[in-house]
Design a protein around this ligand. Structure first.
Ligand SMILES: Nc1ncnc2c1ncn2[C@@H]1O[C@H](COP(=O)(O)OP(=O)(O)O)[C@@H](O)[C@H]1O
Ligand SMILES: [Mg+2]
Length: 378
């Protein structure tokens, strides 16, 4: 009751916590197969008093990977995951530091100096887990895992599975004034999660390592129905009601990504005359002001498509498109193009980009293109 009171009070005062995110698996929308698999895995790892199995998640930005990983950690009763960009795992020294930081807890010796104490639950001499009830089972998330150096992937490979005795170890290394010191480091029972947007590349680089990571999932883009649920759920949690047609409009302009859906709900408040309710009028006004069309494409994306139509459908090279859009090639490739390619508006050919019939319809003036989201990641 207290919580509800505080919540209503916050809304009454006009302060909204717009950082709300799904907090457990039942609040998490979409990715149904994975969510079901995780529910079983979390229960099993609690019952068997072990770390969660290693995981590989692939998919573009904004599809709910970070949100889900936070939910996994919380549902298993673990501390916040440790996150590391793949690019930062440059050498053996850095990897050693990272793996050491997973175990051990900071403490003080008799003289008050900072030292690392052995982690709870592990036998100091053998390095074996003796009391799983107090182990921390940390989760290590490697972002852009395809960027990790091959030699580092080989070291990681070993640490993913324990020896038959139950001991996990790796060769540690520390370089001091050009001298390499190497020793065996035992590693606590942990869960590795690889994230990547380039699964093929990671697979080519690390197929042996991936074979030790049993939970693998490609995050799908969300259907309009799922995004509709994301929109209404988020609105409700930040103390708003939203009209059906307004929710529909936001859902169909979010490119299959919950991140967009949620961001549009945050923004639409500014276009609304009511503090509590979001109408179709407010949503239309927001999209019109932002120059976003009925497919969710922004001005640059519309210009991109129209240039191709003007060029007889293409092909147009990426450099020509950058000139027309008055922007860097990178911007075209990283921010403007992906949604157009993924939604089948354009195709890549050897000589450049070519518009599809879907793309022509999208800029034909009546905006009749059906928003189509490929179920697989392209
Ligand atoms: N399944 C979901 N249900 C509801 N909201 C979601 C869901 N997935 C993501 N979101 C919202 O979208 C935002 C972006 O998701 P995030 O987990 O950061 O994506 P990623 O890590 O894949 O880039 C989150 O802050 C959250 O508000
Ligand atoms: Mg993320």
């Amino acid at each position: 009751m207290g919580g509800l009171y505080v919540f209503t009070e916050i809304v009454r005062m006009g302060i909204r916590n717009t950082n709300w995110k799904p907090r457990n698996l039942s609040e998490y929308i979409g990715q149904d197969l994975l969510v079901r698999e995780l529910a079983v895995e979390i229960q099993a790892s609690i019952k068997e008093r072990r770390a969660l199995n290693h995981m590989v998640f692939h998919g573009g930005p904004g599809v709910g990977k970070t949100t889900l990983i936070d939910i996994i950690a919380k549902s298993r009763g673990l501390g916040p995951p440790v996150r590391v960009p793949g690019k930062s795992l440059k050498d053996h020294d850095r990897l050693t530091e990272l793996m050491c930081s997973l175990g051990g807890k900071p403490g003080k010796d008799k003289n008050g100096h900072n030292i690392i104490l052995p982690p709870d639950g592990y036998d100091l001499k053998t390095g074996l887990l003796v009391d799983p009830s107090v182990a921390t089972f940390p989760i290590l998330v490697i972002d852009e895992a395809e960027c990790v150096d091959t030699s580092i992937l080989e070291l990681l490979h070993q640490v993913l599975e324990p020896e038959s005795s139950g001991l996990r170890w790796m060769l540690g290394q520390k370089t001091e004034s050009g001298r390499k010191k190497q020793w065996n480091v035992w590693v606590v029972e942990f869960t590795m999660i690889f994230l990547t947007n380039y699964f093929g590349k990671l697979m080519r680089k690390a197929s042996a390592t991936l074979s030790r990571m049993p939970i693998q999932h490609g995050f799908e883009y969300y259907s309009i129905d799922e995004l509709h649920d994301v929109v209404t759920q988020f609105a409700e949690h930040i103390g708003l009601t939203i009209d059906e047609d307004a929710a529909e409009m936001i859902a169909s302009r979010s490119h299959g990504e919950p991140r967009w859906a949620v961001n549009y709900v945050r923004m639409v408040v500014g276009y609304s005359t009511s503090e509590r309710n979001i109408s179709l009028f407010a949503a239309s006004k927001m999209f019109e002001t932002k120059g976003i069309d009925s497919n969710g494409f922004n001005r640059d994306q519309i210009t991109y498509l129209k240039s191709l139509v003007d060029a007889g459908g293409g092909p147009l090279g990426i450099d020509a498109l950058s000139v027309i859009l008055n922007t860097q090639r990178d911007t075209v490739e990283i921010t403007i193009e992906p949604a157009l390619l993924r939604r089948g508006m354009v195709m890549r050919s050897q000589d450049g980009r070519v518009i599809t019939s879907e793309g022509r319809v999208a800029v034909s003036g009546d905006g009749a293109a059906s928003p189509f989201y490929s179920r697989a990641l392209g």
